[in-house]
Design a protein around this ligand. Sequence first.
Ligand code: ADP
Ligand code: 5GP
Length: 208
Amino acid sequence: MGKSSHNDGRLFVISGPSGAGKGTICKKLLKAVDISLSTSMTTRSPRPGEVDGKDYYFVTVEEFEEKIKNDGMLEYARVFDNIYGTPKDMIIKQLEKGRDIILEIDVQGGLQVKQKMPKQAVLVFVLPPDLATLRQRIVNRGTETEDVIDKRFNEALNEIKLIGEYDYYLVNDELDDAVYDLQAIIMAERRRVPDKIMPIVREYEKGI
Ligand code: ADP
Ligand code: 5GP
């Protein structure tokens, strides 16, 4: 998995039920914070307006399986009848350059990242203000059919059950507040630099 130290970048994993507002928050955050956004790979079909290589790498099941076989994925999971995953290459390159990266992925994927890269992973869970609002947001987005809306809404509980595994959570009620909360989490994590602190502690220990 390449070298790993506190000088590496961090992986900010953003999860939460479909429709909670992860994509909207991250898009706005990128205008305020210098951070990279990982592009996932998926077997789902593009929505109108989605661009291959930007929103996702859209691939066939066979292409996805080939990538898994070649150990090319940091994590992957089956979500709503499709496979989604994070290609490893870009992540490793960016981390080694010391860049922080956002992964907008589901809880199953988030837990894999936490297990594989515990030093770099910071897990953030996005909640809607309430379930009626969540459903309304999935409907308003206008990208899913009625049965897919139901499936996504029903799956929310399974995601929320695992919130205890996450480091932070934020409620996306007012969009600007949610963006600000995420920005504050990133800033706070960037100030946690044990590699800088420990030499000072050791110097004191020697001197006393
Ligand atoms: P996710 O990425 O979590 O599936 P989206 O970012 O696609 O969710 O948001 C779902 C829908 O809710 C979109 O139509 C988006 O414009 C809307 N939305 C997101 N955040 C808010 C908010 N704070 N207030 C009102 N609508 C929101
Ligand atoms: P959508 O189809 O709405 O774009 O995404 C559906 C869900 O798939 C999202 O809620 C998101 O959390 C999850 N997802 C997107 N990319 C990835 C990924 O790379 N890995 C995993 N595990 N989940 C992903």
